[in-house]
Design a protein around this ligand. Structure first.
Ligand SMILES: Nc1ncnc2c1ncn2[C@@H]1O[C@H](COP(=O)(O)OP(=O)(O)OP(=O)(O)O)[C@@H](O)[C@H]1O
Ligand SMILES: [Mg+2]
Length: 211
């Protein structure tokens, strides 16, 4: 069996006073897909941002390729995140949003341009590449966020309800693209069809209030 790319050990996450993740241990190998489910407010986004290294855990560790996150200087080159609220820069174009992430990850301008164009094309957004984010619909913006994550070709891909704003056709497009990568994928979703296509399901919702 291939070694895990993303792992967590005895992970606890708190949101305010609530412990939303308690004692989670998990290994995700390259190409493996994990669905993160649970009702609204159950802690899916909190867990995703903790796995991305953006939110410190209350306890426990997250490791990428066996190295704890807080000892990873090149974390941003290995992990990509599709934010639930997209996290795009509204004053830049779709292409610029993707290119900025690629440049920050060390790609040359030429590479960034080519990879951004490819990923936007994959998300059926070629015609919108030069449009400002604020000129795009919610679904289109979400696909730019997916394109940005895919273009990075990350080892770990974390996607927070990435199909929530999509119509039927684009939902499948996004899903096929995410599930088709060789990344260790964790996808937060309310969609049972997404979960059915994953290898593992983590169900949150047994949140514990700290006393
Ligand atoms: N910064 C914060 N401070 C305090 N409480 C927070 C904070 N962020 C989130 N919460 C609370 O933590 C809980 C978990 O939130 P989270 O966003 O992780 O849920 P979720 O499962 O992603 O929900 P949804 O399906 O609606 O996206 C919620 O009750 C929320 O109100
Ligand atoms: Mg959420």
């Amino acid at each position: 069996m291939s070694p895990p790319v993303l792992s967590c050990r005895s992970l606890h996450c708190r949101a305010g006073a609530r412990e939303v993740v308690r004692d989670l241990s998990l290994d995700v190998a390259a190409g493996e897909r994990v669905a993160l489910m649970g009702p609204s407010g159950s802690g899916k986004t909190t867990l995703i941002t903790t796995l991305a290294g953006l939110t410190p855990p209350a306890a426990g560790r997250v490791l990428v390729n066996g190295v704890p996150l807080d000892e990873q200087p090149s974390l941003r080159r290995e992990t990509a995140l599709v934010f639930q609220s997209y996290g795009l820069l509204p004053v830049l174009t779709a292409a610029e949003n993707v290119e900025v992430a690629l440049r920050a990850a060390g790609r040359t301008p030429r590479e960034a341009h080519a990879l951004a164009a490819e990923a936007l094309n994959q998300m059926r957004l070629a015609a919108y590449a030069e449009h400002l984010i604020e000129e795009l619909s919610g679904g289109q913006q979400q696909r730019v966020a997916v394109a940005r994550a895919l273009a990075l070709r990350p080892a770990v891909l974390l996607a927070d309800e990435p199909t929530a704003e999509q119509d039927k056709v684009n939902r499948l497009l996004v899903l096929d693209a995410l599930l088709g990568t060789s990344a260790a994928l964790i996808v937060a979703t309310h969609d049972p069809e997404v979960a059915a296509r994953c290898d593992q399901i983590i169900e949150l919702g047994t949140a514990v209030t700290r006393t």
